[in-house]
Design a protein around this ligand. Structure first.
Ligand code: SAH
Length: 253
């Protein structure tokens, strides 16, 4: 049995009870070292830990599959939700490729993704349709990323950016800003959250025309409002449309 365990954004209060249980039951825990470090060391006591660095995803998944084939109760951990830019898909592909579909049983345990954590910290920016785009061009050509940003901009989606900027990949965020400025006003609200629900959490509100100059790195997620998004009392809100349909809210207090 191989359990793919989502850890949520980081803080243990946002770890699902089922994920906690799966970690308790595991004999082997496999994960990217940064995510292993997010876990309470007490929870990992007495377990075999296999942690690997960045860009070692295939090795990490294969190690987890190997351990579960050997009969060990194995958990592979992912931050946020394992099925969102996580390891769940790669594990299923590798199991199929290795002809292990019959012999390895997989349980995928969902978690709170960074986009939900960030949205909650910012207010309610995802109340209407939104598009989620990763700016990482490691596995996806920039042309495809660019065309998705263009489509999201044209259709007035709220846009969530994962992997927005790294030390080596720094110009894409400016390109996204330029594309979206063709579709929405410069003062469109933008929320930037770094280390959501983890140590060193940082929450900022800015505007679309300031996006490229804002402090952004790989620990950051960005939410760009649609044409209706506003800031109410310091909170980013995308109206669902109740007011347009039913008229102004009347206070009952
Ligand atoms: N599976 C994860 C995403 C992993 S991709 C999920 O469901 O959220 C890694 C990217 O996710 C980072 O570059 C960053 O953009 C975002 N991210 C993950 N955790 C975050 C957090 N706690 N705060 C802000 N951004 C986060």
């Amino acid at each position: 049995m191989l359990k793919i365990v989502s850890l949520g954004p980081g803080d243990s209060g946002y770890l699902a009870p089922r994920a906690k249980e799966a970690l308790e039951e595991a004999e082997v825990v496999v994960g990217y070292s940064t995510y292993i470090d997010l876990l309470d060391p007490q929870m990992l006591k007495g377990k075999e830990i296999i942690s690997t660095g960045m860009k070692k995803e295939i090795e990490r998944c294969r190690a987890a599959i190997r351990k579960s084939v050997e009969g060990k109760a194995t958990a592979i951990v992912c931050s946020g939700d394992a099925g969102i830019y996580g390891m769940a898909g790669l594990i299923l592909e590798l199991i199929e490729e290795d002809g292990l579909l019959e012999s390895v049983e997989v349980e995928i345990i969902p978690g709170i993704p960074a986009l939900c954590a960030a949205a909650a910290l910012l207010g309610a920016p995802l109340m209407h349709d939104f598009a989620v785009i990763s700016l990482s061009d490691l596995l996806t050509p920039w042309e495809l990323i660019r065309s998705r940003v263009e489509a999201g901009g044209a259709a007035d989606y709220v846009i969530v950016l994962y992997n927005p900027k790294s030390r080596k990949r720094d110009w894409q965020i400016g390109a996204v800003m330029d594309i979206l400025l063709q579709h929405r006003p410069p003062n469109t609200p933008v929320g930037i959250v770094r280390n959501a629900m983890r140590d060193n959490q940082d929450i900022r509100l800015t505007t679309l025309d300031e996006l490229a100059d804002s402090p952004i790195d790989m620990l950051t997620i960005v939410i760009i409002g649609n044409s209706q998004t506003t800031v109410l009392g310091g909170k980013m809100v995308t109206p669902r449309g109740y007011k347009q349909k039913y008229g102004p809210f009347r206070s009952t207090v």
